[in-house]
Design a protein around this ligand. Structure first.
Ligand code: SAM
Ligand code: SF4
Length: 378
């Protein structure tokens, strides 16, 4: 495999946010102080839209919206068997509030992609309506969902009809017994059915996200890829991150991107895909010459923070400028106290100014955020 070429390329890379300016990797740059304006870098943002630009020149155009922190699975790397202390109902944004905040992001702040996530977004009763209303805000915004796939067989058609473009389904194994071991639920068949329904409903290209766990499914990467290739699904492996509720993650235990490449490379001929990666987190490889690809998201061992174009909204209305942020900006209380859309947009812009250069997992002072992945929105 052409690991060395790929590594050289990523180290030298000058990057371009998909909808924003050309920037150098933020790690090498010094940020201006919070209170100095950053010049609007892109004339495409004319017309009253203020981009969500941070102190390093990165522009957030991709909004992850968590619709709930609840879930019907209990993946071992995500939450404990008994679940978590779920958000009180009153703290959760209503459907109207979610749509209003997405509207602020799309119409005032230049957001061009909205991904619904959680927890498990399919357990949110108003999901189809939220998708429909988000689509009505702007026909050009890309709408997708990240889901465990349970219940997707029932809702895929309605979601497509409401204007959803794509789905990402999380599936870490194609062995029912390993599925039960990882998720603590015997629901493998439901996920397989959900994937097929999403594909049939036109929610493609269907992407599959997989996390490998040492001693559990780390020997299953090639068979997972074979299964996805057979069905035309695009598989991406994600390195396990320190975002589990139990704080059980360890650097020594996690399966690294290099190990994943090596395992796949023994079974397939992998060559780096030529299309520019931009702000996409996955490093893409052509499988046996293509056109099928496999991706690896090396969030821990090869962070891509310098190219980040994401911002997150939690189910209780907090803006998070990074998965690993230790500070949030509370839009829910502001909104319920009567803030105008312009006020909310200003708060959001300010929240982005505090975005750190990188997640700092390798820094000895790194602290895992208080919220686990399931309560942030992965
Ligand atoms: N429940 C939905 C699902 O599983 O797709 C959406 C939320 S889940 C938090 C989003 C993604 O985060 C899933 O692909 C899941 O595998 C991944 N994930 C959860 N915890 C993780 C961790 N500690 N490190 C890396 N990925 C994680
Ligand atoms: Fe639920 Fe997704 Fe977490 Fe698994 S990874 S427990 S499906 S939120």
């Amino acid at each position: 495999m052409r690991m060395i070429d790929r590594k050289k390329r990523s180290h030298r890379r000058l990057t371009r946010n998909r909808h924003g300016p050309r920037v150098r990797s933020s790690h090498s740059r010094t940020a201006p102080p919070y209170d100095q304006p950053v010049a609007n870098p892109d004339p495409a943002y004319a017309g009253g839209v203020q981009p969500l630009i941070d102190r390093y020149g990165r522009v957030a155009t991709d909004l992850r919206v968590s619709l709930t922190d609840r879930c019907n699975l209990r993946c071992t790397y995500c939450m404990p068997p008994e679940g978590l202390d779920w958000l009180p109902r009153d703290d959760q944004l209503t459907d109207d509030e979610v749509v209003r905040l997405i509207g602020v992001a799309v119409t005032r702040l230049g957001v061009r992609e909205v991904r619904f996530t959680g927890g498990e977004p399919l357990v949110r009763r108003g999901l189809v309506d939220i998708v429909r209303r988000t689509r009505a805000l702007d026909a050009g915004v890309e709408l997708s969902i990240t889901t465990n796939g349970i219940g997707l067989a029932r809702t895929a058609g309605a979601l497509a009809g409401a204007g959803l473009d794509r789905v990402n389904v999380s599936l870490d194994t194609v062995r029912p017994d390993t599925f039960l071991e990882i998720t603590r639920r015997d629901r493998f068949a439901d996920v397989v059915e959900g994937l097929a329904a999403a594909d049939a409903a036109g929610l493609g290209p269907v992407k599959v996200n997989a996390v490998l766990l040492r001693g559990v499914n780390d020997d299953q990467a090639p068979e997972l890829l074979a299964w996805c290739l057979d069905r035309g699904y695009q598989l991406r492996f994600i390195e396990q991150m320190p975002l589990d509720a139990q704080h059980g993650w360890s650097r020594e235990e996690m399966v690294t991107a290099d190990e994943i490449f090596a395992a796949l490379d023994r079974a397939y001929d992998l060559t780096p895909a030529t299309e520019p990666r931009g702000s996409a987190p996955a490093e893409l490889f052509l499988v046996d010459g293509g056109p099928a690809t496999v991706g690896v998201i090396a969030s821990v061992t090869r962070p891509f923070c310098g190219d980040c174009d994401r911002v997150r909204l939690t189910a209780d209305g907090q803006v998070r400028n990074c998965l690993f942020a230790r500070h949030e900006s509370d839009l829910r209380h502001a909104m319920r106290a009567g803030a105008t859309d312009a006020d909310l947009a200003d708060r959001w812009l300010t929240a982005m100014r505090g975005k750190a250069a990188g997640h700092g997992i390798d820094d000895p002072t790194f602290l895992q955020p208080d919220r686990p992945m399931s309560a942030i929105g992965g």
